[in-house]
Design a protein around this ligand. Sequence first.
Ligand code: UDP
Length: 329
Amino acid sequence: MARYLVTGGAGFVGSHLVLALLARGDDVVVLDDLSTGHRAAVPAGARLVVGDLANDRIVDALLADGPWDAVFHFAALSLVGESMRAPMRYLRDNSGNGIRLIDACVRHGVSRFVLSSTANIFGSATTPTLAEDAPIEPASAYGESKRMIERALLWAERVHGLRGASLRYFNAAGADPAGRLGEDHRPETHLIPLAIDAALGRGPELTLFGEDYPTPDGTCIRDYVHVHDLADAHLRVLTRLESGGVSYNLGNGAGHSVREVLAAVGDVLGRAVPVRVGPRRAGDPARLVACSDLIRAQTGWRPAFGDLHQIVEHASAWRIAHPDGYGPR
Ligand code: UDP
């Protein structure tokens, strides 16, 4: 039985990976400080250690309790807008914790490390889609904080042989197709859950951040990728890491504007999303759409739920079934 440590396994993407690992019969330990994650999001069958990644004693004790077949690192601050108000916090906490974790993995002989990275390491695209060789110009301090961890991972491989995968997610969305897990950020800042709440009358009208971008309808274009498909990519990458480190851009390759997402939410729920147009949000590039040819070719990954309506359907189903999300923390 393989054994994995998942930092941030109580968060949105991390919890879906834990579910996928458990479904294979793997042994999973989650390290999460529950500052943004939820105890109830950690699937039964995984062991939860509540602790802070910045605490070297906890991290060392966990890693010493090996052997570990791989470490998956999700735990991080992850909000573009917030990172532009508190850039130093993002660089200090995200990059600092990530680099210390990599260092600890090297010291404890972990051989594979999978980093949850982001499309925000790329500036706005000059080409229709972004492949791995697109210029890296983080649009926000959040993107920069992840890029710094990616760089540390390259050095850990070059000097110490730790094989690392940097998975640059585009816009993680959706929910477990079987309804066991979903998205519950507090405060919620992401487009799809906010639009669902606005349409259901559970939240305020949606503020659309800028309608003056150089895109066909003036709103930002993003590549929404299903959280189930992201989890599947992590499993495939583990095998691939046996032959060396990789960086992959992970998305469906289809761009949708904010207006198109709002229309999809309206269609799925049968109610229009109430919207008001506000100013741009700092750190938002006009267009981020993935070219994921490399991971497709090298691992056989294919999105099972690439259709925006399906993504919105799964997200809506979980939100309707869980009006209070994971409940009180
Ligand atoms: N967005 C918006 N209003 C909101 C939240 C998001 O207009 O209340 C826009 C945001 O500017 C971006 C897109 O929706 O263009 C996706 O944003 P989200 O925060 O969901 O993900 P991000 O792209 O920051 O990872």
